[in-house]
Design a protein around this ligand. Structure first.
Ligand SMILES: Nc1ncnc2c1ncn2[C@@H]1O[C@H](COP(=O)(O)OP(=O)(O)O)[C@@H](O)[C@H]1O
Ligand SMILES: [Mg+2]
Ligand SMILES: [Zn+2]
Length: 368
């Protein structure tokens, strides 16, 4: 069975979520025939760089677009002509994709230069997509730079990277740059809902939020997590099932534990911790999650305007809890607890009883 993220890779610009200004500029360039020789797509993994590069390649070369003036105005690929289909099936000879993580050397770039020196066969322009371009060796970068300085008319380069700072400035300055941003929780939920509907899966609303949160801004990660859930268990996707498979504790439990800590209730804190431990959860991860919760709470208390920013990353329900906790906490004490938890987390690596440092930290700071 094909993986979900391959099956649901967007085929047109309209299906790409977020990245609005990037898409507008690219569509306009296609419309006005002002396509650059080289682009640099940068930003975190799973945000649409490769996807956008392929849609761009299709649109630029789509045969229907070249034959039909009205259709051309839409700046979309037809997805049915010979070129579109070849690109979708990944056997278009004029579209060259190389992964610089595994093809880093000067010889790889020389081979590429050979490939692009001849005219395209079926396409108007050859498109060269170099993924993880920051991985190239310095020699390879130099060779690439020569090509970018005098690019063949019939080639468009699309360089993609998750580590912009590692791409030499000389290369960067030869490209038109586009930043691909992390997707928000709501955007990830939207795409996941679509996949869930198309695949006729059953998934709780809370479970959906949990997957979206764990994906940490990456749609590929979100779709992979969903994939794992589908393959590793039968039946509806629930927060309990995710907890079991991912070793992560559900929000509700993190909130409850944090609340006991915030209320300075040592007894409840320890018995709840014991319960979580009995369920076999990953204690270092739990500690991190609690640290994060307290950290968000503290930030929100210090600057209530952060609410707007947080609303993009968190569910409305969770945000309400944070606001409530922000009113309840005492700044000084919370800072001390966070510091103690950070120390406890570090100690967990050296001891085979991960819950012990956590318990000690809590006993030391609560109940007085
Ligand atoms: N902006 C987006 N809109 C919709 N789906 C996306 C988006 N970004 C990523 N995806 C999903 O994640 C998968 C991987 O995306 P990809 O474009 O390869 O990410 P990147 O190249 O930025 O690491 C796609 O197949 C698609 O299912
Ligand atoms: Mg990619
Ligand atoms: Zn087409």
């Amino acid at each position: 069975m094909a993986t979900l993220y391959r099956t649901y890779r967007p085929q047109t610009f309209d299906e790409v979520i977020g990245q609005e200004s990037t898409l507008t500029i690219l569509k306009n360039a296609l419309l006005q025939e002002t396509v650059a020789h080289a682009y640099l797509f940068y930003g975190p993994r799973g945000t649409g760089k490769t996807t956008t590069a392929r849609i761009f390649a299709k649109t630029l070369n789509c045969l229907t677009r070249q034959a039909d003036v009205q259709f051309k105005k839409k700046s979309i690929p037809c997805n049915t002509c010979e070129v579109c289909r070849a690109i979708d099936a990944r056997h278009a000879l004029d579209i060259v994709e190389i992964d610089a993580a595994s093809h880093r050397g000067i010889d790889d770039i020389r081979e590429l230069q050979d490939t692009v020196s001849s005219l395209p066969s079926l396409c108007r322009k050859k498109i060269v997509i170099i993924d993880e371009v920051h991985m190239l060796t310095s020699q390879a970068f130099n060779a690439l730079l020569k090509t970018l300085e005098e690019p063949p008319e019939h080639v468009v380069f699309i360089l993609a990277t998750t580590e912009y700072e590692k791409v030499p400035a000389t290369i960067v300055s030869r490209t038109q740059r586009f930043h691909f941003r992390r997707l928000t929780l709501q955007e990830i939920r939207k795409k996941l809902s679509l996949v869930i509907e198309k695949e006729s899966l059953t998934c709780d609303d809370d479970a959906l939020s949990m997957i979206a949160f764990l994906a940490d801004g990456s749609l590929r990660d979100a779709e992979s997590l969903l994939d794992q859930m589908v393959h590793l268990q039968k039946g509806p996707i629930t927060t309990e099932a995710i907890e079991k498979i991912m070793g992560r504790v559900d929000f509700a439990k993190i909130v409850t534990l944090s609340e006991h800590i915030i209320h300075n209730d040592l007894k409840q804190t320890l018995s709840f911790l014991h319960e979580i431990q009995q369920q076999g959860h990953n204690i270092p991860q739990l500690t991190k999650d609690v640290i994060n919760h307290l950290r968000f709470t503290l930030s929100l208390k210090s600057n209530p305007q952060l609410e707007e920013l947080f609303s993009k990353e968190l569910t409305p329900q969770y945000l309400e809890v944070l606001k409530k906790h922000a009113q309840e906490i005492e700044t000084e004490k919370t800072i001390r607890i966070i510091q103690a938890l950070i120390t406890a987390h570090a100690q967990m690596k050296t001891i085979s009883l991960p819950a012990l440092p956590l318990e000690l930290a809590l006993i030391e700071h609560l109940g007085n």
